[in-house]
Structures are given as structure tokens and as C-alpha cells.
Ligand binder design. Structure first.
Ligand code: HEM
Length: 422
């Protein structure tokens, strides 16, 4: 009763503060009414707990594309760095190497501004170009077929643990050229890092993260040596070329490879989970896909708009500026609610309706925009399309067979478990 009263009190306190509500579990489970409340403020909401957020399509796109906003503080320090007055005064970068518990996210592309970001992005981009990735469609189909064969034999299975999670982890391992696919170990790394996006919960969680990055570091450092001696078609072999040409350091390569492993895992898992959930929950949609599996690509795009795997990102102003008509000072941060943008009626008519045939005249922002636009967007679309198409073809009678348990994170949204019957 005390807990219920406490929660009730907290809920009351947060009632008028939609940005703070996003951090609080009951509202996280269905954040869309909160996003509507944020859009209703005119798009820029300032919280009493000191966080700002933008929630209309126009403002989200504006912040993501505006070069006066970046991902680090104006002087180049990462936002998680301890205060260093000496560095701040001289404007110099700290001389000791940067460290972070969330190394692959904070210290690789996602956590870098120009010029380091521009240099690394140019080196990484060719490996993820849509044409180059097309050769992986067959690989994704083969992996999905194997997973569905296993699932069909059992009749009842878990959509997340038996399909949505192993598919992207196996594809990215293949792409990176990781020799023995240790799916369980990778899944553990992915989960530890993904949950950390919402904050480190405990000392045990911090230890787990440190162990995870240390293990991944060993694996990729060994892989670089192996590929240097025996190059292949994989992405790490391509990066070794850049390393040997002095365009990238070994540390940068290893951190980038770790980012690719985690960025493409939990996100794509959520995409497949959220898509099947919306298709099953909206009358006529699953049947439409079964009747015409070529609608799978449309279902992927609609899921990205309607219930995106990554709900929000953040930016920091690099100079004093103005946002939605209000003062916005240098080094102030803003949450960019890309999931709220997808439900903005100004950009998407009848936004709360899921329709796999929808033609999006305004493209969704689920893959972000501007300099940090998702590097793996083409790969995610490919995997999502293959999973939904083969699922509809192989299991036309698919139906929910138990309670869907959602993840309760703020940034990444998707089912944790999703029991289904073929
Ligand atoms: C960046 C979403 C799949 C690799 C991003 C960002 C978003 C995003 C929102 C930008 C964050 C920001 O602007 O701050 C997604 C979603 C996916 C997905 C929704 C699946 C449905 C993938 C895959 C890969 C990948 C499969 C690669 C294997 C990356 C990388 C970045 C990134 C490397 C950093 C780009 C940069 O900072 O320049 N993703 N992603 N993502 N994504 Fe994805």
C-alpha cells in the first residue's frame, strides 16, 4: 500500500510535467499520450527537472539538421565527462584518453562531432551502402528460414527470442566477419549495452558493462590481427585497410566495430517485434500482409513511423541560439522525440492509425536525420522486410499465444517476450 501511495504521489507530481513522465515506468509503457501532451505545448517542452524536449516533426527535423547542435559540449568534451576547469579555461581537449562505461556509443560515431565524426563516417559508410548490402538479402533469408523451420516444428514459440533477436545478431556477426557465431554471448552484450542507454542501474550493472566492453575489445582486437593476415570480404577487413593507411586508429576501429554490433541488434529486434504486434493488433493488417507478402517493406516503414524501435535521441547547442521562439543557450541539451514526430498530425494524416499501405509524403525520423542518420538503415530495412515477408508466407495463421511483456526502457521500445502460435 505504501508503494502504491508513493507511486500515486509521484504520478500526481508529474501530472503537469510531460517530459518527466517519459522517465517514469507507467507512462513509458504507453508513451504516445505523453508525446501528444508535449506536441500540444507547441513542440518544445521544458521540464521542471531541467530537461527540454521537442516533439513535433518540424522541430525534431530542424534540431537534427541544424549544425549548431551536436552530440558533445561546445568545447568538444563529451557530456558525461567530469568537470575539468583547466581544460575548460584553455579550450583544449583533455590529454588523457576518454573513457566511458558505454564506450561504443559514447566514443564512436554516435558520440562524436565533426571533424572526427565526418572522417570516421566516410570510412564506415561504403560498407553499409544499399547496393553493397543487397548481397546479404540471401543470407538474411537463409537465416530466417532456418529459424522459422525450428519454430514451426514446435508450433508455439517466442517471436523475440526465437526470431527477432537471433536474426540481426547472426547477420551482423556474418557482416563483421566474426568466425564463430556465439549468439548467446552477443545477445548478452547487446542487452547490457542497450539497457545502459537508459542509465546505469547499479554497481552490478556497471561491472557487467565494464566486463562486456572488455570482452568485446579482446574479440575485435584479435579479429583485426586475423583479418590483417588473411583479409576477406567482411567489414572488419575493409576497416583494416583504413587502419593501415593511417586514416583510423586501432582504438577507433575496435570501438566502431563494437558500435556496429550493438547498434544493429536490439534496434532491429524491436522493429520486428513492434511490426508483428501492430499488424496483429490492427484489424485486417496481418491478413493484408498474408494476402500480399510484397507489402512487407511497407509494413516496415509504417512500423518505423507508428512505433519506432528508437524513441528518442538528444542534441546539445554549440552556441547561444533560439528554438521554437524561445532562448536556447550554449551547452543546453534537448531530447529529440522522433517517436512523437511520427504521430504528428501535421506530418502524417490520421497518425494513430497503423496502415501498411500508407504512403508517407513526409518521411519518418525513426532513423534520425542530418549527420548522424542511421548508418545501418538499409540493413535494418532489409532484415525487417525479409522477416515479415517470410513470416507471413510460412505462418499465415500466426497469432498471439500469451501475454506480450514489454521492455520498460525510455529510449528503446519493443517487446521483451512475445509468445505466438504458428
Ligand atoms: C544511428 C536507429 C539499425 C548502425 C542511428 C540513429 C538512430 C538509429 C535513431 C541516430 C541517433 C542520433 O541521431 O543521435 C536505428 C533503428 C534501427 C537501426 C530504428 C533498426 C530498425 C541499425 C543497424 C545498424 C545501425 C542494423 C548497423 C549494423 C548505426 C550506426 C549509427 C546509427 C553506426 C551511428 C551513425 C552516426 O552517428 O553517424 N540508428 N538503427 N543501426 N545506427 Fe542505427
Amino acid at each position: 500500500r505504501i508503494t502504491a501511495m508513493r507511486l500515486g504521489g509521484l504520478a500526481f507530481a508529474l501530472r503537469g510535467d510531460p517530459v518527466a513522465r517519459l522517465m517514469h515506468k507507467p507512462w513509458r509503457l504507453d508513451p504516445y499520450p505523453t508525446y501528444a501532451a508535449i506536441r500540444a505545448t507547441g513542440g518544445l517542452a521544458r521540464s521542471r527537472v531541467g530537461i527540454s524536449a521537442v516533439g513535433t516533426h518540424a522541430l525534431c527535423e530542424q534540431v537534427l539538421r541544424d549544425r549548431r547542435f551536436g552530440v558533445r559540449l561546445a568545447d568538444g568534451r563529451p557530456p558525461f565527462a567530469p568537470e575539468d576547469t583547466e581544460t575548460k579555461r584553455s579550450g583544449a581537449r583533455p590529454s588523457e584518453p576518454e573513457t566511458s562505461l558505454l564506450e561504443p556509443v559514447d566514443l564512436s560515431l554516435l558520440g562524436l562531432d565533426a571533424p572526427d565524426h565526418t572522417r570516421l563516417r566516410r570510412l564506415a559508410a561504403p560498407a553499409f551502402a544499399p547496393r553493397r548490402l543487397e548481397q546479404y538479402r540471401g543470407v538474411a533469408e537463409q537465416i530466417t528460414t532456418g529459424l522459422l523451420d525450428d519454430a514451426a516444428r514446435r508450433g508455439r514459440f517466442d517471436l523475440v527470442t526465437d526470431l527477432a533477436a537471433p536474426l540481426p545478431i547472426t547477420v551482423i556477426a556474418r557482416l563483421l566477419g566474426i568466425p564463430t557465431v556465439d549468439a548467446d554471448r552477443f545477445a548478452r552484450w547487446g542487452r547490457a549495452l542497450a539497457t545502459a542507454l537508459d542509465g546505469v542501474r547499479s554497481v552490478a550493472h556497471a561491472h557487467e558493462l565494464a566486463r562486456t566492453t572488455a570482452e568485446a575489445r579482446v574479440l575485435f582486437t584479435e579479429l583485426v590481427e586475423r583479418r590483417r593476415a588473411d583479409p576477406g570480404e567482411d567489414v572488419v577487413s575493409q576497416f583494416v585497410g583504413a587502419l593501415d593507411a593511417g586514416q583510423m586508429s586501432l582504438d577507433e576501429l575496435v570501438t566502431l566495430a563494437q558500435l556496429l554490433l550493438v547498434a544493429g541488434f536490439e534496434t532491429t529486434t524491436n522493429l520486428v517485434g513492434n511490426a508483428v504486434r501492430a499488424l496483429q493488433a490492427t484489424p485486417g493488417q496481418w491478413e493484408a500482409l498474408v494476402a500480399d507478402p510484397s507489402l512487407a517493406a511497407g509494413a516496415v516503414e509504417e512500423t518505423l513511423r507508428y512505433d519506432p524501435p528508437v524513441q528518442l535521441t538528444a542534441r546539445i547547442a554549440h552556441e547561444d541560439t533560439e528554438l521554437a521562439g524561445a532562448e536556447f543557450r550554449r551547452d543546453w541539451g534537448v531530447l529529440v522525440l522522433v517517436a512523437a514526430a511520427g504521430r504528428d498530425p501535421e506530418a502524417h494524416p490520421d497518425p494513430d492509425r497503423f496502415d501498411l499501405r500508407r504512403e508517407q509524403t513526409t518521411p519518418h525520423l525513426a532513423f534520425s536525420g542530418g549527420a548522424h542518420y542511421c548508418l545501418g538503415a538499409a540493413l535494418a530495412r532489409l532484415e525487417g522486410e525479409v522477416a515479415l515477408r517470410l513470416l507471413a508466407q510460412r505462418m499465415p495463421g500466426l497469432r498471439a499465444a500469451g501475454r506480450v511483456v514489454p521492455k520498460t526502457a525510455t529510449i528503446l521500445r519493443g517487446p521483451r517476450t512475445f509468445p505466438v502460435a504458428a
